[in-house]
Design a binder for this molecule. Structure first.
Ligand SMILES: [Zn+2]
Length: 313
């Protein structure tokens, strides 16, 4: 190689298509080897990951990677203990294309939104609002995953989100615990901190353009994670198909439990956990857009109203 060729090589490597392909290949090989995904999950993760890398930039991609890796670790964490208690993900915890698209499709949509608004407008308001939606969707999904994977280790019995006085068995659809809520908040905080770090160290890699947006990003991540995760439990408790295990009494979305067929007791039969997740990440994204557009007052006002109404009952 001559000196003249060298800058060209660097140029080529720094092109988002080339760098994206290299990064996806490395991460894909690693996660497949770690058994985070099956083949269909690997292919769909490539589609989502590459699109986000190309359109949303390195920071947006890093958030997705954080979710992907922490979800993988959380699922593998004490997998055997969870499996024994019928609390584990199926397929040895390997995510398939359904899981990957279920948690990745809305972030991908908003990532494309970041790209389009940043080339079509010169107003930093729009790409940041799109980024707010992106962060909201990822934070909700990450919070929900970590809350359900770690929440099952809660030493006190969880309560049902639709009637908080009622204690229910671990793993029940719509069950919430303090440990789970803590995990959700931690996920949101971690995502917000990653954003802050990028905004301060590599501002060109994140669609945060002014100090106001910089101040907003951490509370936005924490709020969307917390609210989105609880909305997920609420949607689950209200809409999701529910079956009761006649052996152990657990209420689950599985048609088999304790090696016996379970009995259908409520919810919409075709409304599965994947639909719930899609719905809540959509709500998390919407909330993120609202917050990103600077409408914090609305949200805080709404929360205040809800607290007043619910405490007067
Ligand atoms: Zn059972």
């Amino acid at each position: 190689m001559t000196l003249k060729d060298e800058p060209y090589m660097i140029d080529m490597l720094s092109h988002p298509v080339v760098s994206g392909l290299i990064v996806m290949a490395i991460i894909g090989a690693l996660t497949y080897k770690l058994r985070f995904v099956d083949v269909s999950g690997l292919i769909s993760a490539f589609v989502v990951g590459f699109t986000v890398w190309y359109t949303g930039g390195v920071a947006a991609f890093t958030l997705l990677l954080f979710f992907f890796v922490s979800a993988g670790i959380a699922t593998k964490y004490k997998y055997k203990t969870k499996a024994k208690k019928n609390l584990a993900q199926e397929g040895k915890g390997r995510r398939s294309w359904r899981n990957v698209f279920g948690s990745g499709i809305i972030p991908m949509f908003f990532s494309i939104g970041i790209y389009l608004t940043s080339i079509l407008t010169s107003d930093p308001f729009y790409p940041f609002a799109m980024f707010g939606g992106y962060v909201g969707a990822v934070a909700t999904t990450a919070a929900d995953t970590l809350a359900s994977e770690f929440g099952v280790f809660s030493t006190s019995k969880p309560r049902l989100i639709t009637s908080l006085r009622r204690k229910v068995p671990r793993g029940t659809i719509g069950a919430v615990s303090l440990l789970g809520e803590g995990a959700a908040l931690t996920a949101g905080f971690a995502i917000g901190m990653i954003c802050l770090l990028f905004a301060l160290v590599a501002p060109g890699w994140i669609p945060v353009y002014n100090p106001t947006q910089l101040w907003m990003i951490l509370p936005l991540a924490v709020l969307t994670a917390f609210i989105g995760c609880n909305l997920d439990s609420l949607f689950g408790a209200v809409f999701q198909n529910r079956y009761v295990c006649e052996i152990c009494g657990a209420i689950t979305d599985k048609e088999f439990h304790c090696q016996y067929e379970t009995k259908y007791i409520g919810g919409f039969k075709r409304f599965t956990n994947a639909h719930v997740n899609l719905g809540s990440s959509g709500m998390g994204a919407t909330l993120g857009v609202v917050l990103g557009a600077g409408l914090f007052v609305w949200i805080l006002g709404g929360l205040f109203f809800w607290l007043v109404v619910s405490s007067s009952n």
